[in-house]
Design a protein around this ligand. Structure first.
Ligand code: BGC
Length: 762
């Protein structure tokens, strides 16, 4: 077994295994799985395999374990009976399964592979561990609102540890798609609209899932950066829809989070469902081979999305299953998920000379290398340990982390008159709304293993936080989509009898996530009617929004003196909200997506271009860029979020105002908290390249820093700009930096002035 030992550097994968490794450019880091020396007996395997067995190594199916997660998620797709699946394992027709259930299942399958399989190749167990396993952390978009990559790393580490304790080797995460159209429901799985935040969160999550001890560590899971590429650019925000973007935008906006994930050591990626300017990603040779492998040097594994190869037929790109197999495989998809097409058609394609055996061997080698990297050839049962499955899941430490992450993900949009935090005693509270209580809509849309039943709801969290739980009266007031008989009257009566109303309204978790696109990103009308009636009582209202995307707020909801965005926070949703509501913690998160005035502004993102006719500040002018009904900008912009401190920005220093060739520019601002409570302020640095050979956005985030500012204190916040921070994709589609004038803001959001100045790039 000694020769199976892989050096930490060679298997790389925990990015930055050595300082030099971490410091080298992304391209050099993208060798990963390809570079892992295969032990001699593993390297010899392809020579002993039939072409059917090779196709088996390239075939991944949803687990068919009765009652298992995959079966309940995708009942139509699950592959027959578990017995049939075991037979496939023995016959070498499967490389592994995904979204299965626990160590009992994994043990049965791995035992079949290792005892009865002809070649004794260990199976690979995959799963969608998007934001937690049984302990559920805030949905990824919420966690991005923390602007705290270390938090994202820690929650991914905890999720990876739990998953690995339950037999899982490989997670289909992180989802790193930039999402600039809030109608699209899958924005919930990613880090929002901004490229820098997307890159930083991608890096943190990969490092978290994979840990620091190498992929073979029993508590590490391999990452899969998905969905490659530009899935978030679906036309009209309609999931799975056509994507038509320029190569420049791909390289500048949609690719960088993938590059960050690979640089952090993600050894796999998933081809996206969408077509990309006429060629489906799953059959896109330019994307999957030219860019990914030749240009970036990615040596890892490409897996299709769920039946992505089969869908080439519906796309109108392949005539039949055989052609779909050939197109996907030759374009660069190594492993087929769920269609079974590779198993059925690769052998005949090879026999007919239409697919070279060398390409099959290359893909098989990548699969074997991943299994080697994960330590499966050394010990196929290293993550199949019923004892760890019992003791390492939903631990106190993980649940505490879920609460901490929840607190740090809540964004306070408004707090007029300092209504928040509420006192813990002495006020009668009417808790109203369809999300006030109950085991529903707590964990968010993409969780295979966690359950709402195991999460703590809002009412329970609030009751535990107040001195006298009878001070809280709870009334549903409305259904989610439809009024409740007598609901509004009961809500109004409760509001009238209270000192303050806490109104819990918003979206269900089925209103975002996969295949959940909306044409109106609003609080549903029945709940708006409830909000209007409650506001009419004149009682102060705190709105708690539950949401999987940015919403266009209006009416009584927008007019409420206090609004908290509480997303779906997972296992500790109720306690986390109560911590912020009653002031145990100050809110500190920032919007990772802009909240628009109206749905019709979508797609909207703060880093837009000026146009040739920008409307000057103030009222709309004829023949200038503006809408008839609403302002052009965001209602609550990217980066916005209040704290319980009172923060002001002053004293910009631009370090001489010139960034010399080969040098750096240090810029500073002073952040002062004149309030009575300490606050964590997310200080943001934005830049605009005023004139360039390619038009540039009105602002781009270049750096951010979370700083703790005690009450009454000031803090100098410093950023260092390098030339490479000012790169963009030039006319020849290569990165370029152009000397000239730049505007700069150190500010609390993408729309706030903060402190503003200029500098010159020499
Ligand atoms: C989703 C992927 C997911 C896969 C497996 C697909 O429908 O697009 O994100 O990893 O299913 O569950």
């Amino acid at each position: 077994m000694q020769d199976r030992h892989i050096s930490r550097r060679a298997m790389l994968i925990g990015a930055g295994a050595t300082a030099a490794w971490a410091a080298s450019p992304a391209r050099a880091l993208l060798q990963q799985v390809a570079e892992i020396p295969l032990p001699a007996d593993v390297a010899a395997l392809p020579g002993r395999m039939t072409v059917e067995e090779k196709a088996g190594q390239l075939t991944l199916m949803a687990a068919a374990w009765a009652g298992g997660a995959a079966v309940s998620l995708n009942p139509a797709g699950a592959a027959g009976s578990f017995d049939q699946q075991l037979a496939d394992v023995r016959a070498g027709r499967l490389t592994g399964v995904f979204n299965g259930n626990g160590t009992a299942m994994a043990k049965a399958m791995q035992t079949a592979a290792m005892r009865q399989g002809r070649l004794k190749i260990p199976l690979l167990f995959a799963a969608d561990i998007i934001h937690g396993f049984r302990t559920v952390f805030p949905m990824p978009l919420a966690e991005a609102a923390s602007f705290d990559p270390e938090l994202a790393r820690r929650t991914a580490r905890a999720a990876g540890t739990e998953a690995a304790a339950a037999g899982i080797d490989w997670t289909f995460a992180p989802m790193v798609d930039i999402a600039r159209d809030q109608r699209w429901g899958r924005g919930v799985e990613g880090a929002g609209e901004d490229v820098l935040l997307g890159r930083i969160m991608a890096d943190a999550r990969v490092r978290g899932f994979q840990g620091t001890r190498g992929l073979a560590a029993p508590d590490a899971v391999a990452s899969c950066a998905k969905h490659f590429a530009a899935y978030g650019a679906a036309e009209a925000g309609l999931d799975y829809n056509t994507v038509d973007v320029s190569e420049r935008t791909l390289r500048e906006v949609y690719f960088p989070p993938f590059e960050a994930a690979f640089a952090a050591g993600s050894p796999t990626t998933m081809a996206s469902f969408n077509e990309l300017s006429g060629i489906p990603a799953t059959a896109n040779e330019w994307l999957l081979t030219q860019v990914l492998r030749r240009e970036w040097g990615f040596g890892g594994l490409v897996v299709s999305d769920y039946t992505g190869d089969e869908e080439l037929i519906a796309h109108g790109f392949a005539a039949d299953a055989r052609e779909a197999t050939k197109l996907a495989f030759m374009a660069g998809v190594d492993m087929s998920m769920q269609s079974g097409f590779y198993l059925k058609h690769l052998p005949t394609l090879v026999a007919a000379g239409e697919v070279p055996m060398a390409r099959v061997d290359e893909a098989v080698r990548r699969v074997l290398a991943l299994k080697v990297a994960l330590g499966l050839f050394d010990d196929p049962f290293r993550r199949i340990d019923p004892r760890r499955e019992k003791t390492q899941i939903r631990t106190r430490a993980h649940l505490d982390l879920a609460r901490e992450a929840g607190v740090r993900s809540i964004v306070m949009l408004k707090n007029d008159g300092g209504l928040l935090p509420l006192p813990r005693a002495g006020k009668r509270i009417a808790l109203i709304g369809p999300f006030a209580r109950g085991q529903h809509d707590l964990i968010g849309p993409w969780n295979v293993y966690g359950t709402d039943a195991e999460a703590v709801d809002l009412l329970t969290g609030m009751q535990a936080a107040v001195a006298d739980r009878t001070a809280i009266t709870v009334v549903d007031g409305s259904g989610i989509d439809a009024p409740l008989p007598g609901g509004i009257q009961a809500a109004v009566a409760a509001a009238q009898a209270a000192d303050v109303v806490v109104l819990a309204i918003g979206e269900t978790q089925r209103m975002s996530g996969e295949a959940q696109s909306r044409t109106a990103i609003v609080v549903p009308p029945a709940q708006m009617a409830l909000a209007e009636a409650v506001a009419a009582t004149g009682k102060p209202v705190v709105v708690l929004l539950r949401n999987g995307r940015a919403l266009a707020l209006e009416g009584a909801v927008l007019a409420a003196p206090a609004i908290l965005v509480t997303w779906f926070l997972g296992s500790q949703m109720g306690p986390a909200i109560a911590d912020v509501l009653f002031g145990r913690e100050s809110p500190s998160a920032r919007l990772p997506v802009s909240f628009p005035h109206a749905t019709g502004q979508q797609p909207y993102h703060y880093a837009h271009k000026t146009t040739g006719r920008p409307n000057p500040p103030g009222a709309p002018q004829e023949y200038k860029t503006h809408y008839q009904e609403v302002p052009n900008d965001a209602l609550f912009p990217f980066g916005h979020g209040l704290t319980y401190g009172r923060i002001a920005y002053a004293g910009l220093e631009t370090g001489g105002g010139t960034l010399a060739a080969g040098g750096t520019l240090t810029v500073r601002a002073t952040v002062t908290n004149s309030g009575t409570r300490a606050a964590d302020e997310v200080v943001q640095l934005y830049v605009q390249d005023v004139t360039a050979s390619i038009t540039r956005p009105v602002r781009e985030l270049k750096a951010f820093r979370r700083v703790r500012v005690p009450a009454g204190a000031s803090q100098v916040v410093e950023f260092t700009l390098r030339r490479s921070d000012l790169t963009f994709i030039g006319r020849d589609l290569k990165p370029i930096v152009e000397p000239g004038r730049f505007r700069l803001w150190i500010a609390p959001s993408a729309q706030a002035e903060g402190v503003a100045g200029e500098f010159t790039l020499a």
